[in-house]
Design a protein around this ligand. Structure first.
Ligand code: SF4
Length: 440
């Protein structure tokens, strides 16, 4: 494994305090950035090739460069909603090293010439929000935030805003609506947030890990950072590994290493006596891969070529002790519940998928239901206002494709169970409509 950048000091006692963070070299990247011009800082970010760590994987420096220049009101928004199942890296970063995020935000805001920023943190992250509040106060007190930061003339305000726990508010435009005090519904794009985002102003939105990587880039230089990883997926990445592994947790890896090294080498593989049935490489929205794909390099392109995606960088491992129907059901119910209902393919499609999976479970389905379910998923993909519909349809579609025989066996088994119950005879049910004895 390569040098780690984000998790190197993560277990240092007291790292969440300004004093310890500064002892470990904290805020020196900000001093370096403020000594350069915003354009030079932006060039470093672009040279790093850093791709967004929240899911979409768009280049961060390029995104920042899309913001218009000039004195209009512009915003930086840190997406700390981290609601993709299986993803818990931002939680650890905010909880243990909040100043790394704050430093990254100040540098990014300087590069994009932004003076107002927000951290939108999911409602369930109460501890992390409290830690951030304290860290923000420390940073203001020390002159790293507020007016005329370190005498540079640059100013930045940061508002910490707690969400209410809706998955859809992790979608960037849903987040913006929520931040404006509205119901968190995704917006039609274009216009993209870089042109028209928060309060209709140009807005740069980045995920926690993306922004927390910025100080390391300023320290080592964009070109050096780009030497880590592989050509189109540069740098290191914090991967959350969960599910059926012996050592679940967050691991920082250099992008491009074989996935097997993460699942077996770092996380210890499935429990003794079990084998991997399938794994989600990038959160629960990613199409599943199987044990045959363990040597696929863990980077954006390789995952796409293998038919899945790196997504939020959360690997969820499912071993052979779990029926695939259970996995599909859990996932479909989650997305059905979280759908905002704004567009038909997602609202109806997630609901139909749950109902069809329930038919399998109750013994009412035939193998034709699998074809119908696959067709529903196909019609959801690419036809929704935001990616939530796809987030259910892609993994469910991949499960039907890769585990069809297991689904078919479950259909047969459930039908056989029903037939046995029928053969044993139904318990007699009293006829409540029959007239009472002695009635005329
Ligand atoms: Fe809402 Fe789903 Fe449509 Fe997204 S895809 S806008 S969550 S209904």
């Amino acid at each position: 494994m390569s040098d780690t950048l984000l998790l190197r000091d993560i277990d240092e006692p007291g790292l969440r305090t300004l004093a310890v963070y500064e002892q470990r070299g904290g805020y020196s990247a900000l001093r370096r950035a403020l000594a350069a011009s915003p354009q030079e800082v932006l060039s470093e970010l672009e040279a790093s090739g850093l791709r967004g760590r929240g899911g979409a994987g768009f280049q961060m420096g390029k995104k920042a460069s899309f913001l218009p220049h000039g004195s209009m009101e512009k915003y930086l928004v840190c997406n700390a909603d981290e609601s993709e199942p299986g993803t818990f890296k931002d939680r650890e970063l905010m909880q243990k090293s909040p100043h790394m995020l704050i430093e990254g935000m100040v540098i990014a805001a300087y590069a994009a010439e932004v003076h107002s920023s927000f951290i939108y943190i999911r409602g369930e992250y109460v501890l992390q929000a409290d830690v951030l509040e304290v860290a923000l106060a420390e940073a203001r007190e020390a002159g790293y935030l507020g007016e005329d930061i370190l005498g540079s003339g640059h100013s930045l305000s940061v508002v910490l805003h707690r969400g209410a726990g809706a998955y859809i508010c992790g979608e960037e435009t849903g987040l913006l609506d929520s931040l404006e005090g509205k119901r968190g519904n995704p917006r039609l794009k274009p216009p993209f947030p870089a042109n028209q985002g928060l309060y209709q102003g140009p807005t740069l939105i980045n995920n926690v890990e993306t922004l927390a990587t910025v100080p390391a880039i300023m320290q080592m230089g964009g070109a050096e950072f780009a030497k880590l990883g592989v050509e189109t997926s540069t740098g290191t990445k914090v991967v959350s590994v969960s599910g059926h592994v012996q050592r679940p947790g967050n691991y920082e890896i250099e992008l491009g290493i074989p996935s097997r090294e993460i699942i077996y080498g770092l996380a210890g593989g499935p429990p003794q006596g079990h084998a991997i049935k399938c794994w989600f490489p990038g959160g629960s929205s990613a199409p599943v891969l199987t044990a045959e794909d363990l040597d696929v390099p863990y980077d954006f392109e390789s995952m796409a070529k293998a038919g899945s995606m790196l997504g939020s960088g959360a690997i969820i491992v499912v071993d052979d002790s779990t029926p695939i129907l259970t996995v599909a059901m859990k996932l479909a119910r989650f997305y059905e519940h979280e759908s905002c209902g704004k567009c038909t393919p997602c609202r109806e499609g997630t609901n139909w998928t749950v109902k069809m999976l329930e038919r399998i479970e109750s013994g009412e389905a035939t193998p034709m239901d699998l074809d119908i379910m696959a067709s529903v998923c196909e019609h959801i993909i690419g036809n929704c206002l935001c990616v939530l519909g796809d987030a259910m349809a892609m993994p469910i579609g991949s499960m039907i494709e890769k585990f069809r025989s297991e689904f078919e066996a479950e259909i047969e088994a459930a039908r056989a169970r029903n037939e046995q119950v029928l053969a044993a005879g139904r318990p007699s049910v009293p006829n409540v409509l029959a007239p009472p004895p002695g009635a005329g």
